[in-house]
Each structure stands twice: as structure tokens, then as C-alpha cells.
Design a protein around this ligand. Structure first.
Ligand code: ZN
Ligand code: ZN
Length: 338
């Protein structure tokens, strides 16, 4: 067969088949190249940055002999009984006053429960180490940002100012998640949920947290370089950030102008209004950025999820069993698009 005949045949075949033919024709190198092209290198770069921050944290803590102590302190903050109680009570409220009525064992709930397990086993230690590593990197390379004069401020002023600044950094990280394609690949999993519930707070790719922890460490190192934030403050902050995914129509009334409510955050999860309501706990950053859209009590309950289902979801008729699907959802950002 001549070269022009091969080309004519290739033109009639689907791209995947011609790609395999070309890969096979190129021998082992061609196969390797074809496999390599199926990967998203920018996602591996995010994984590499995360690994570097973790490395800094682990080596630092091992040198100080504090690795286990810090990990258990992280568990106490991020899996506190207060948070567990909040999830249980919110779950009960969701049964009584649901925004969308659905079965307890709806596929979305079961899938998000798998992410709760992943959160407890993998994400909590990861978050703890990310915050330690980010703080160590910033203090080590940009000690000039430490504002020593704030150490004379009373705790009742310094802690709230730091938490508000931290929330601003989290808003910025969330904005970046939506603005930059390489970060969106990891954030999309969180937005893919079509059956929001309090458990959706834990439906996140572990590598989605890196930007947030790197940015949030900046105000903490700047304002409180020597004093740790009391664990209970972090736990309350996490509780407020968890409640927003509840399957409830709550707007928080007048407080909802300042605090992110379930109804407010639900608008961010709608397929067509993701550019609004990026706030994590406070709405002020959205107001300042002109991205706040406050819900009203009379609003209907709109759909959530992503148009075209770019991330495999459990609501799809052909979805794999929960754990297998979760593996696919975690791998998805590493596949090349297009
Ligand atoms: Zn988002
Ligand atoms: Zn969300």
C-alpha cells in the first residue's frame, strides 16, 4: 500500500484509531508518546507543588520531633466533635426542611459519604501538613511580611482580624479555582454534585486545597507569626464553611448579608451562575468584587452541577459503583482534555 493510500485510509478512520496506528508505527517510543499525550502535565505540576510543600512540612516536623503531635492536633481541629455534631444535626434538618426532597441513600449522598471517608483518612493530615509547610516556606523565604507590631494587639482584636484576612485569602484561592484552567480541573469535582447536601462540603479533590492553604498562610504568618490561632476558632470557621452546602433553603435572614448561607452558596453551585457567590464564610469579598447575588425567601430551588457532565457523576445511568467512580473522579484532572 502506498503512502497516499494509507493516508486516504486514515482519513476515513476515527481519530483514536489513527492515533493508535501512528503510535504502533512509531514502535515503543510512539506508544509511549501516545500515552504521554493523554496526560495533563499541568495537573502533575499542581501535584508536584503539593508534594514539595508536604516535603517541607514533614522534614521540618521530623527535625523538631513534632510530626505525630501536630497531626493529632490537626485531627482535633478538623474532625472536632463540634463539626461531627453539626453535620449530624444539619442532616436531620435536611430531612425535615429539605430544599429538594430525596431519599436518604440517594446516589449523591452515598458518593459524598465516600468523600467524607477520604477526607478523614487522607485530606485532614494533608491539610494539616499543607498549613505547616506553607507557613514554614513563607517565614523562611519572606520573613519581612511578619508584622511584629501586631503582637501588642489584644487577642480579641488580632484573632478576628486574622480570621477575616484568612477568609479573604480563601476567597482569592476560590476565585483562582474558577479563573485558571489548571486549578479548575481539580475544583470541578466539587461542582459536579447534582444533589447538594451537607456532605458535599467534603466532596473535593485533595489537590484542590493546595492554593487555599498557600494563600491563607500569608495573613496568618503576617499577623500572628508567634501566636497560634486557638483550635476552637479554626473549628468554628470550618463549621461555618461546612453548613453552606446543606440541602436547606436557609438564607440566615439579615445575617445572610454577611455570612454565606446555604441558599447563597447554592447559587454558586448552579450550572449557569458559578461566577457569583465565591465567598467561603463571609460575603464581603463578593460584595467588594461585585460578585454577590443574595437569594430571597421567595426564590425557587434551582438545579446544581455542571452542564455536559465533564466530570463522571453518580447520577449518570452508566455510572460505576461508588468507590470505583470516586477513583475515576480523582483521576479525571490528570487526563488531557480535547
Ligand atoms: Zn467554586
Ligand atoms: Zn461548594
Amino acid at each position: 500500500m502506498s503512502a497516499s493510500q494509507v493516508q486516504a485510509l486514515d482519513d476515513r478512520l476515527p481519530p483514536a484509531v489513527t492515533g493508535q496506528r501512528r503510535a504502533a508505527a512509531g514502535g515503543p517510543t510512539g506508544v509511549w508518546l501516545a500515552w504521554w499525550r493523554r496526560l495533563s502535565l499541568s495537573s502533575f505540576a499542581v501535584a508536584g507543588v503539593t508534594a514539595a510543600v508536604l516535603w517541607v512540612a514533614v522534614t521540618d516536623l521530623l527535625r523538631q520531633g513534632r510530626l505525630e503531635t501536630v497531626l493529632s492536633a490537626g485531627r482535633a481541629e478538623l474532625a472536632a466533635p463540634l463539626l461531627v455534631a453539626l453535620v449530624v444535626v444539619t442532616g436531620i434538618c435536611e430531612r425535615i426542611w429539605p430544599a429538594e426532597r430525596r431519599a436518604v441513600l440517594a446516589r449523591g449522598h452515598v458518593q459524598d459519604a465516600c468523600f467524607v471517608a477520604l477526607h478523614a483518612i487522607v485530606v485532614i493530615p494533608l491539610m494539616t501538613l499543607l498549613s505547616v509547610g506553607a507557613a514554614a516556606l513563607i517565614s523562611g523565604h519572606a520573613a519581612w511580611i511578619e508584622m511584629r507590631w501586631t503582637q501588642h494587639w489584644p487577642g480579641w482584636l488580632l484573632v478576628p482580624v486574622t480570621v477575616v484576612a484568612m477568609d479573604g485569602a480563601n476567597w482569592l484561592a476560590h476565585y483562582a479555582d474558577h479563573r485558571f484552567g489548571l486549578l479548575w480541573r481539580f475544583h470541578a469535582l466539587h461542582h459536579s454534585q447534582e444533589e447538594l447536601s451537607v456532605l458535599t462540603s467534603f466532596r473535593a479533590h485533595p489537590l484542590m486545597h493546595t492554593t487555599g492553604f498557600l494563600l491563607a498562610a500569608v495573613p496568618v504568618v503576617a499577623l500572628m507569626p508567634d501566636r497560634p490561632i486557638a483550635p476552637v476558632v479554626i473549628t468554628i470557621y470550618v463549621c461555618l464553611g461546612t453548613l453552606q452546602h446543606a440541602n436547606l433553603r436557609w438564607t440566615f435572614g439579615p445575617a445572610g448579608r454577611v455570612l454565606v448561607s446555604p441558599a447563597y452558596h447554592r447559587l454558586h453551585h448552579a450550572p449557569d451562575t458559578q461566577r457569583v457567590n465565591l465567598g467561603v464564610v463571609l460575603t464581603i469579598w463578593d460584595v467588594l468584587a461585585g460578585r454577590a447575588r443574595f437569594p430571597s425567601r421567595g426564590d425557587g430551588v434551582g438545579p446544581t452541577g455542571l452542564d455536559g457532565r465533564p466530570v463522571p457523576v453518580e447520577q449518570d445511568a452508566s455510572a460505576a459503583p461508588a468507590l470505583l467512580l470516586m477513583a475515576g473522579q480523582l483521576i479525571e484532572p490528570f487526563r488531557a482534555q480535547g
